[in-house]
Design a protein. Sequence first.
Length: 342
Amino acid sequence: MQLAGIVYLHRITDNRFGGKSTQNIRLFKELCGEKALSCVVLTTSMWDLAPREKAQQREEELISKEGPWGELVSYGCRVARQDEGSVSATMIIRHIISQKRPDSLQIQDEMADGTPMIRTKAGRVLEETLDQNTREAEEQMKRIKEEIERLKVEKAEGEKKEVEARKATEEAAKMAAEVEKKAQEERKREKQQAQKEKKERENEEAQRKQREEKEKQEEEQRRRQAREEIDEERRKVEEERRKVEEERKKMGEERRKMEEECRKIEEEWRIQKEKQREQARVERIKAETKRREEEEEDRKKIDQRLSDLEQKYKSAEEKKKRNTKDKQTLYGWVQENFCIVM
């Protein structure tokens, strides 16, 4: 499984960075490898539970050259704060997405080359930790045995000392058994933790696939709705245009009829008497002027109506182009970003 990045969480409320935490950092470094550390974000949490100045001082101690995180930071790890809820979490994820994705982790490369888990660098670190615990237990047992021998030598001094030596021996044996038991429990806990982490990774992968499938379906539904809206808008524009054409045809037909009537009237006027011709001509001119003004007014209304419809059609076309461009941009952004995170 190829990762886009890793977020390492640490409570800023912890007063000290103990030996166990130091071992975890060392193990974490060997798991990732120096090449992949540039995609790791060392994140401090629970800032709302600690005084601000004290928390900042702890953060500076962590990232200093002598601090627990100093070496990791020198290899390119980024330090971030999870102190603003989803806002800071989103910034951390965006930073991981913007980085170059590592080919693989160091432990993946080692295991891909056939190296057993226990022989990898991380496995050796874990083995060294277990060996160290074992050595400490053996040293403690050695000291206990030495104490037993000393008590045996002093047994000759008296029955009382012999009883004390026996008790010390029993206590030493009990302590040795407890140490061995603790070592076994520690190995068992680590094994259970590894199994738990593996199961959590599998669950996270399944949930990620479900989210991607759901987002893909939602995107397809949005695009389908957008296409239906554009088609509906286009149909309305076409309907408006057809109505305008029908109105224009009707106006043309009425105009031809009016022109025919005018010709008839002119013919009748020509046959009238000479003395009425001048007056009829004036009335005809007035009627013609009025008619033409009305026709001009009607023509202006029709042109205005056509202009409005053309403007609506252009607006619909522009809206379609913007919607298409927005959908393509959104689809491209989702495809690019989610492909990177996978």
